[in-house]
Design a protein around this ligand. Structure first.
Ligand code: G
Ligand code: G
Ligand code: MN
Ligand code: NA
Length: 253
């Protein structure tokens, strides 16, 4: 109960912060950044989104929080955009409640207009679960996002226990292979086989494949051999505050 009340205050008092983690192509070029929300609680300190996002979903506070996230991410990205390739995108994680709201598309359009972020600079990350229930409505929404120029990635791919064939019906652009398959890829041939299977299927469907949670050069090397297209993980950069991201970019260029 207290965390719920605190969440209400946090939204009003701007206790949230976004950290950004770069995504890199096979040549090491920056492909974009994933925005990850952080809560700096005045007493309890840093609280993980894994803890407070589910509460915010339960209470409906996720709507206000998500609105803040997307606006903050858009403004930060626009600040960086002059230094970035035109193909770069800012990725934002969506919660199920946001995606299924009747006003989702119109409020997204309003936000893009208000911030000045181009739809072609935005990527949305959805989990398989979001797409699995009420698939027809989800597909309609995905088509609308695509028509706007927004890119869609399926996050934590492979963890949803869904049949792979459903992918073929979904107008999405990317799959992000869950880091649980990447963790032991060097020592576990089953994990390597799963990654290989996902890559083959995704490429057949003309989807880009992202490997998440890349922590070692050995994993990276192996994922390159398995033909993953984009890489994200502590090996390249941790999620970092906006200021640190600016410094990271300057150093890289
Ligand atoms: O950054 P970290 O590993 O602590 O994130 C934990 C979880 O919280 C991840 O599943 C991530 O997708 C989710 N998450 C982080 N930021 C956001 C956000 O802005 N919105 C939603 N819905 N989920 C987020
Ligand atoms: O569910 P989602 O994929 O959005 O969660 C992203 C989370 O994964 C981020 O909060 C980030 O902290 C975490 N993460 C990113 N890179 C790595 C990594 O290389 N190793 C581990 N263990 N976690 C990572
Ligand atoms: Mn994500
Ligand atoms: Na993920």
């Amino acid at each position: 109960v207290t965390l719920r009340n605190d969440l209400q205050e946090a939204i009003l008092n701007e206790q949230f912060e976004l950290h950004y983690q770069p995504l890199l192509t096979i040549t090491g070029a920056v492909q974009g950044f994933e925005a990850l929300v952080r809560w700096n609680h005045p007493i309890k300190g840093a609280i993980s989104p894994a803890l407070f996002i589910p509460i915010a979903e339960e209470t409906g506070q996720i709507i206000a929080l998500s609105q803040w996230v997307i606006e903050r991410a858009a403004r930060d990205f626009l600040t960086l955009q002059p230094q970035l390739s035109s193909h770069c995108r800012i990725s934002v994680n969506l919660s199920p409640m946001q995606f299924h709201r009747p006003s989702f598309l119109s409020s997204l359009s309003t936000t893009l207009e208000a911030t000045g972020l181009s739809a072609t600079s935005l990527e949305l990350e959805l989990t398989e679960g979001i797409l699995m229930n009420d698939t027809d409505a989800a597909i309609d929404t995905l088509h609308a996002l695509r028509a706007m120029g927004i890119s869609v990635a399926i996050d934590d791919f492979g963890t949803g226990f869904s049949s792979l064939s459903y992918l073929r019906h979904l107008p999405v652009d990317k799959v992000k292979i869950d880091r649980s398959f990447i963790n032991n890829i060097a020592n576990n041939s089953k994990d390597a086989a799963i990654v290989q299977g996902i890559v083959a299927l995704a490429h057949h469907l003309e989807l880009t494949v992202v490997a998440e949670g890349v922590e070692t050069t050995q994993q990276h090397q192996q994922l390159v051999e398995l033909q993953c297209d984009v890489f994200q993980g502590f090996l390249f950069a941790r999620p970092m505050p906006f200021k640190a991201l600016c410094e990271w970019l300057t150093e890289k260029q």
